[in-house]
Design a binder for this molecule. Structure first.
Ligand code: AMP
Ligand code: MN
Ligand code: MN
Ligand code: MN
Length: 277
């Protein structure tokens, strides 16, 4: 049986639609043999996912997707094979949860000013014990017919500089990487093309990321086409970074990012799973 890796996805512990158990079962049905659960800024879904994985025979890699700041911009760092009980990481996730609640209050206030009341209650209810994200606000705006797509919610309200955007200073990229590596994990730069950096800024970012201890980059993500894969593979080669593959799956209704349905890593790229012991 071929090994199929999917090293980036979300559950109800953050902005995914499926519980960790449902997610693991779906990954198994899709033929995934190694799955990393990488919820935004939380490890809360990992123990349930581990139990479900043991029952299905899939290998579960404990992960996280940390929000970080570098040069006043937000970058996502995926940690693979982390130790969720590593105290600095546990403390960081606690602080991130508080930051996210405070940010949600500010976003809701901005929406109220735009005559859109009730957002805070709705997102708190939807997120439950999980991390509150802008996706929850997008779902709320959609459910109240203020927008007709998730994308429109970001374009009009939630995206950078838009009506309900709240600039957030996350922990420094170096610190976020250190929580991952300190816990025994491997740090991977998530979806590098989503930041819309120029080539020279991308090189500065990758130099800083490597300097901080980052060792991998997502060469294949759910929405990459072959040109994009080649672009990122070239960065991986140039900066001697291992390549990761991850769908960034959030929701079964987004058919184009199904779990495990990923282009193989280019043959000249060192697979990040070779670094996971
Ligand atoms: P947050 O980490 O709370 O800022 O929320 C970021 C999440 O919002 C991402 O992980 C995506 O799931 C989602 N997101 C960001 N931009 C968009 C977009 N343009 N369309 C749909 N979802 C988005
Ligand atoms: Mn998300
Ligand atoms: Mn991300
Ligand atoms: Mn993600």
């Amino acid at each position: 049986m071929p090994e199929i890796y999917d090293l980036h996805c979300h559950s109800t512990a953050s902005d995914g639609a499926l519980t960790p158990t449902e997610l693991v079962r779906r990954a198994h049905e899709q033929g995934v043999t190694s799955l990393a659960l990488t919820d935004h800024d939380t490890v809360a879904g990992l123990s349930e996912a581990q139990t479900a994985a043991a029952a299905t025979g899939i290998k579960l890699i404990p992960g996280i997707e940390l929000s970080s700041s570098w040069q006043n911009k937000c970058f996502h760092i995926v940690g693979l094979n982390i130790n969720p009980a590593y105290p600095p990481l546990t403390e960081a996730t606690r602080n991130l949860q508080i930051m996210r609640i405070e940010r949600a209050e500010k976003i809701a206030y901005k929406l109220e000013k735009k005559r859109i009341p009730g957002a805070l209650e709705a997102v708190k209810k939807a997120a439950g014990e999980g991390m509150i994200t802008r996706s929850h606000f997008a779902d709320f705006l959609l459910s109240q017919f203020h927008v007709s797509t998730q994308q429109e919610a970001f374009d009009r309200y939630l995206g950078a500089g838009k009506a309900a955007f709240v600039p957030t200073t996350w922990s420094d990229l170096e610190l976020a990487v250190s929580w991952i590596t300190g816990s025994g994990g491997v740090a991977v730069l998530a979806h590098p093309l989503r930041y819309k950096l120029t080539a020279s800024w991308m090189k500065r970012l990758l130099a800083a990321f490597k300097e901080a201890g980052g060792v991998g980059i997502e060469v294949v993500t759910g929405r990459h086409n072959s040109d994009e894969i080649k672009t990122v593979a070239d960065y991986a080669t140039r900066f001697e970074l291992a390549g990761s593959v991850g769908s960034d799956f959030h929701n079964p209704s987004n058919q184009w990012v199904e779990l495990g349905r990923l282009t193989p890593l280019p043959a000249n790229i060192k697979p990040v799973w070779e670094l996971l012991s």
